[in-house]
Design a protein around this ligand. Structure first.
Ligand SMILES: Cc1cc2nc3c(=O)[nH]c(=O)nc-3n(C[C@H](O)[C@H](O)[C@H](O)COP(=O)(O)O)c2cc1C
Ligand code: SF4
Length: 674
């Protein structure tokens, strides 16, 4: 019998690139694209041209199957956002057919995820209709009271699932996935946390499984011989919610009812940190849950969640924890993940940091999905930068991710590029982001960018404090100012120049050492909170003080409320962090700080004071450069303090437009150089 290695398409990850099968569906490898709502659907719920290109990029990147994002089977009441892909009307079949054709042409199989939001939606998405659910218990995120579904509702929605399956078959999908995870409608019934019914659809697990099993039979009936997958939260991580033992039982019942594979996910809206994890959740943490499900069924199991490096995926397959791997954000960051892994170029994979900029994009702004590191994600139909190739000089000041991206793009376009960094460390901001415990993924990203710089022709100048004259004397064609942010200065506080007063940001970015106990951190935004965690983990006693008396000020700039709240809870759980709200710093003297609280002065001992009162654009002005007639652009935090993704995207667009202006008919540069 041939060994796995002999049967595989890859000598590097033989299990990952071995062909696989679900029911009769033959798959070229074991890597799937996880379903991810993209906000790229057309207003009428059809597949847009941009959405098609977005999926084609991932299919061409080498996945065995694309699981198309959650697709509503019952609009408007079952919509989870706006815009929202639909499959509840025959008029939508053509657009799905064209998507499937394109995915097939790019070499991958296509599956569509059938979705009903249940209680996890908002009337602004349902055209004002009251959401429906198992019981009248609001979703903790949207806090809208749902209407309890009666028997007629249950029969109607079951039928809608069946019709959607028929349309999926007509559109040519190879497979269908029922979204039964993450607290959406089927999960509202499965979970005792959201199902308090006393009829045959509530109470015992058997009763709670009844409606999801009705959905399975309705879908199965219309699916001909196509593969049916069910996505399940193996643990919702909420009180009374689904736990692994119940999930195992449900998986068995689903298989008996005709499901061909179980996609083991976790979490719900309330526990989005277990569904779309933040950076500190470890890689592959959900794999044991998939393994537990796999032990009780004889059908394939798909594992998902913070799988970033091919060796982690390979190991999960090799040790029998799962049969397939679904990648979500890893493919937003790098659609070519499978192709690169297959040929042993794992270190070329742009590593997702789990920064969740993408989630903030779709979750709060309702803008198209995007990736902080990859400005092409969600913008697949936009024009490319072009090759200019005139070897003119271009100077980039500042080596944050935006500065590095700009330098690499100019290098790729044929400029003679020098990148200046004031400190001895490239991308010091990424060092700061990686400082808190378990955030090593930011180091991966920094290492990746540094490797890109190393293999480019960019001349890197460290410890170089750039002045305008340095730039002018080099007569460049372009100067890019990417000098990042600087700490905001406190007004009317004496003692700021004492040696034990430091910037929290500088400590996080390792430009400064952490000092002596106790540590007073003044300012409790994201940087202050991260610094508190950093110091507390090193055994220091920390006082985290803020002028605001509102707890909502803690880590305020963190991207999504729910992640912020969970982060704040972890800070509060530290015994050696004392949070002081409503405390205003008045003066610093050797060994003490004087604070004003509720109109009274309080004095605290201080071994070190770390200031974290916000960042402002580093407005290094290079007026002389412009006066010398040299084009000068400011990007990233140097123009407005924001997140990594904003800096990288701005760098990309400004540089792209610059190259197009310089060489309107230049050759398109399709490969992203960073
Ligand atoms: C932008 C975004 C949109 C998502 N939309 C869906 C969705 O439509 N359906 C679904 O089941 N899961 C959705 N998820 C969850 C992912 O499928 C995946 O389970 C999760 O991101 C964890 O995997 P990862 O670490 O590989 O990203 C979404 C995740 C992200 C980041
Ligand atoms: S935005 Fe952040 S979390 Fe989302 S895919 Fe990109 S790197 Fe990963």
């Amino acid at each position: 019998m041939a060994s796995v290695r002999e049967k595989s398409d890859s000598i590097y990850y033989p299990h990952l690139f071995q062909a696989g099968k679900i029911r009769n569906l033959e798959l070229r490898n074991r890597v799937f694209m996880a379903p991810m709502e993209s906000n790229l659907a057309a207003k009428d719920g059809a597949v847009s041209d941009l959405m098609r290109e977005y999926y084609v990029a991932r299919a061409a990147g080498g996945v065995g199957m694309v699981i198309v994002e959650y697709t509503c089977i019952d609009r408007p009441i079952g919509r989870g956002g706006d815009p929202s892909l639909g499959i509840d009307d025959d008029s939508l079949i053509d657009s799905h057919r064209s998507l499937v054709k394109s995915i097939h042409k790019a070499g991958s199989k296509a599956c569509v995820q059938l979705f009903h939001a249940g209680r996890q939606t908002h009337p602004k998405f349902t055209n004002g209709l009251q959401p429906i659910s198992a019981s009248p218990i609001p979703c903790p995120m949207y806090r809208k009271m749902p209407r309890q579904m009666d028997r007629d509702d249950i029969l109607r929605v079951t039928e809608m699932y069946g019709h959607a399956a028929r349309r999926a078959v007509e559109a040519g999908y190879d497979s269908v996935e029922i979204h039964g995870a993450h607290g959406y409608l089927p999960a509202n019934f499965l979970s005792a946390a959201s199902n308090k019914r006393e009829d045959e659809f509530g109470g015992s697990l058997e009763n709670r499984q009844r409606f999801p099993l009705m959905i399975v039979s309705a879908v199965r009936k219309n699916l001909a011989d196509k593969a049916l997958i069910f996505r399940l939260s193996a643990d919702e991580f909420v009180e009374d919610g689904t736990k692994i033992e119940e999930a195992k039982d449900t998986a068995k019942r689903l298989v008996e009812a005709g499901v061909d594979a179980i996609h083991v996910s976790t979490g719900c809206h309330e526990r989005i940190d277990r569904n779309v994890e933040p950076a500190w959740m470890p890689e592959g943490w959900r794999i044991p849950l998939a393994r537990a499900v796999r032990q009780v069924i004889d059908k394939p199991v798909i594992t998902v969640g913070v799988i970033r490096r091919p060796q982690i995926a390979e190991q999960a397959l090799k040790d029998g924890s799962a049969d397939f791997i679904a990648l979500g954000r890893a493919l937003l960051a790098d659609p070519e993940w499978p192709n690169k892994a297959r040929v042993g170029q794992a270190n070329e994979i742009r590593p997702c940091t789990s920064c969740n900029w993408c989630v903030a994009q779709i979750g709060t702004g309702h803008t198209p999905v995007g990736c902080a590191e990859n400005p092409r994600t969600g913008h697949e139909t936009e024009t490319y930068p072009v090759y200019v190739g005139n070897s003119e000089r271009a100077l980039v000041v500042g080596s944050g991710p935006g500065g590095i991206a700009a330098a690499l793009m100019l290098d790729q376009a044929g400029y003679n590029v020098t990148l200046f960094e004031r400190t001895g460390n490239l991308a010091p901001g990424l060092v700061a982001s990686a400082a808190a415990p378990k955030k090593e993924k930011f180091h991966w990203y920094r290492d990746y960018l540094l490797q890109k710089l190393e293999t480019s022709d960019v001349d890197v100048q460290l410890n170089f404090n750039v002045e305008a004259s340095h730039l002018v004397e080099r007569s460049p064609r372009l100067v890019v100012v990417a000098t990042g942010g600087v700490d905001r200065k406190l007004e009317n506080v004496s003692g700021l120049d004492l040696p034990f007063v430091k910037s929290a940001y500088d400590v996080l970015s390792r430009a400064e050492e952490i000092g002596q106990n106790p540590i007073i951190i003044y300012g409790a935004g994201e940087v202050g909170c991260e610094a508190a965690k950093y110091a507390a983990d090193r055994g220091y006693d920390v006082v985290l003080a803020t002028r605001s008396s509102d707890e909502g000020a803690l880590s305020r700039s963190n991207n999504l409320r729910i992640y912020r709240e969970q982060f704040v809870e972890t800070i509060k759980a530290y015994k050696n962090i004392r949070i002081e709200l409503g405390a205003e710093l008045r003066s610093i003297e050797p060994g003490i700080v004087r604070m004003q609280r509720e109109g009274k002065e309080v004095i605290w001992n201080a071994g070190q004071v770390l200031l974290a009162v916000g960042r402002l654009p580093n407005s290094s002005s290079f007026e002389e450069v412009q006066a010398a007639g040299i084009e000068c652009v400011t990007i990233g935090d140097a123009s407005d303090v924001r997140r990594i993704g904003d800096a990288v995207h701005e760098a990309y667009r400004v540089m792209r437009d610059f190259t197009i202006r310089a060489a309107p008919s230049g050759k398109a540069l399709e490969a992203l150089p960073f």
